[in-house]
Design a protein around this ligand. Sequence first.
Ligand SMILES: Nc1nc2c(ncn2[C@@H]2O[C@H](COP(=O)(O)OP(=O)(O)OP(=O)(O)O)[C@@H](O)[C@H]2O)c(=O)[nH]1
Ligand SMILES: [Mg+2]
Length: 336
Amino acid sequence: MGGSAISDDWEFTTNGARTLVLVGCTGNGKSATGNSIVGRKAFKSMSSSAGVTSTCELQRTVLEDNQILDVIDTPGLFDCSSEPEFVGNEIVKCINMAKDGIHAVLVVLSVRTRFSREEHAAVQSLREFFGSKISDYMILVFTGGDDLEDNDETLDGYLGRNCPELLKNTLKMCGNRQVLFDNKTKDPLKKAEQLKQLLFLVNVVVENNGGKPYTDDLFKELKKGATKLHNQATEVNSLVGYTKQERLELKEQMQKSYEEQLKRITEVVESKLKETTHRLEEQLAKEQAARLKAELSAQNAQKKSDEEIRKLREYLERAQRETEELRGRSGACNIL
Ligand SMILES: Nc1nc2c(ncn2[C@@H]2O[C@H](COP(=O)(O)OP(=O)(O)OP(=O)(O)O)[C@@H](O)[C@H]2O)c(=O)[nH]1
Ligand SMILES: [Mg+2]
């Protein structure tokens, strides 16, 4: 879960760092994008039929202007196949890492795969879980820039050409904040340019949100627990008349009660996730039923028009036969 929160490097005060969280379906290139942002191979990224990243991980980088960026890579949290217990644990872990909140959510998509219903459902789940306010923090990162380039295509061209309705909705929901990334490039200029574009969008998001990172009750609750533990640990350190062993035992007790609190919060998250999934499944089923109904009525309309064409053809054939008979008869009259 959250691991031991009593450690020497526990940062209690904010240090002006900006926290970016990478989300998206498995294999879309979250970890590769994380590596491009921090400028080193910090996250494990590779092609695989199964998920590569198994747990949330934070890596820090300091930009040229001394801005600190904390980048959190996540496993495919809102994939349809993810179990609520696993997702619950990871969300709590991610929020614990983000401490003061999230400055931008990077929704990673790939131009190398179709934008599927599952991709859309993953973004919807995120919104359902954190609330629609989370959309104000979202930026869409499209990986596979090299593939587009090979086809002499731009991101605008790719999105303009037969863009599926669901993707259009997603883009609109994210305020059309999108950027293309080529995580394979070795060109330092290209690397710098795409990072610049992303950081520009991060600045837009931060400004639009009045500098306030995304937080909710879950963040506050977790932070309260961690702060309490930190304060208690400091108090224990300053206690006089206690042996080293006694202090250690006290700290262990505190850690245990903190872990119990984390467990309770994780259970709340899990049940909220189950509700979210249930609501979305119902919504999807409704949409599917509506689509089926529309398809059926289109089929019926087609059948009806086929029937009308058949009748018209019969009518024309009959009319033609009658004309020919009439012509035959009048021919016969002429002979007489
Ligand atoms: N050609 C190309 N391949 C990319 C790009 N970005 C990522 N990939 C490849 O896509 C595959 C998956 O990348 P990852 O970074 O592991 O994807 P992920 O989203 O972190 O996957 P999980 O950890 O399993 O959820 C790897 O083989 C990457 O090399 C890109 O911009 N261009
Ligand atoms: Mg990964």
